[in-house]
Ligand binder design. Structure first.
Ligand SMILES: CC(C)(COP(=O)(O)OP(=O)(O)OC[C@H]1O[C@@H](n2cnc3c(N)ncnc32)[C@H](O)[C@@H]1OP(=O)(O)O)[C@@H](O)C(=O)NCCC(=O)NCCS
Length: 180
């Protein structure tokens, strides 16, 4: 399903393409909280910070094109260092081909390797594809913010989903990691 797709950690040279993809997904105005990507310099700072802290950011490359990302950033507060916050996206024309699954599996594998035991994310309740993907990976819904967003006249709830990496039955941990 993901033949010809390379799954690997982000590099600084990926930043312009990553920003472009992030911006495209933001501008869909549905699945992410931002409606446009931050400026390029800010994205450089963000990605450089992630790389420097050895946080997880995985990208998918289809030929020369950057077609997806998944990051898990460790929470930088006393008492929260075992937790990571997950975000991800796949370019619209490339969805439904297994890229999201491959990115998520690799990011979770690396997050666990980095010693994280809890991964959290927030997802709009209307985002059926993402919720199914997370449930399949073993995430559970821990809470729900009712009517958290009203955008373009549409009211949406936000679900808090979490994965316990120490008690994980997800198939992801028993499979060999994809090529990188
Ligand atoms: C969510 C997202 C990352 C999934 O990536 P993807 O590459 O399309 O995912 P996959 O092809 O690996 O599919 C994984 C699972 O997601 C679910 N899924 C994917 N597309 C779906 C759809 N259109 N409807 C319902 N479920 C869907 C299915 O459970 C699927 O597994 P299955 O094929 O075994 O049934 C992608 O849809 C996306 O980028 N959406 C916009 C950004 C976004 O929502 N980010 C997450 C914010 S929390």
């Amino acid at each position: 399903m993901t033949d010809g797709i390379l799954i690997r950690p982000i590099r600084r040279t990926d930043v312009p393409a990553f920003r472009e993809l992030l911006d495209a997904v933001c501008r869909e105005r549905r699945h992410l909280a931002f409606t446009e990507a931050p400026a390029l310099a800010e994205v450089y700072r963000y990605v450089t910070g992630l790389i420097g802290r050895k946080d997880v950011q995985i990208v998918a490359k289809s030929g020369d094109e950057l077609t997806g990302w998944c990051d898990v950033t460790r929470l930088d507060l006393p008492g929260f260092g075992h937790c990571g916050r997950l975000g991800m996206g796949v370019a619209a024309p490339f969805r439904g081909r297994g890229i999201g699954t491959a990115l998520l599996n690799e990011a979770l594998r690396r997050a666990r390797e980095n010693g994280l035991s809890r991964v959290e994310l927030e997802v709009f309740a209307s985002n059926e594809a993402a919720i199914r993907l997370y449930l399949k990976a073993g995430f559970v819904v821990e809470g729900r913010k009712i009517g958290a967003r009203i955008l373009d006249g549409i009211t949406d709830d936000v679900c808090l989903m979490t994965l316990n990496l120490t008690d994980c039955r997800a198939a992801v941990f028993s499979e060999p990691s994809p090529s990188r």
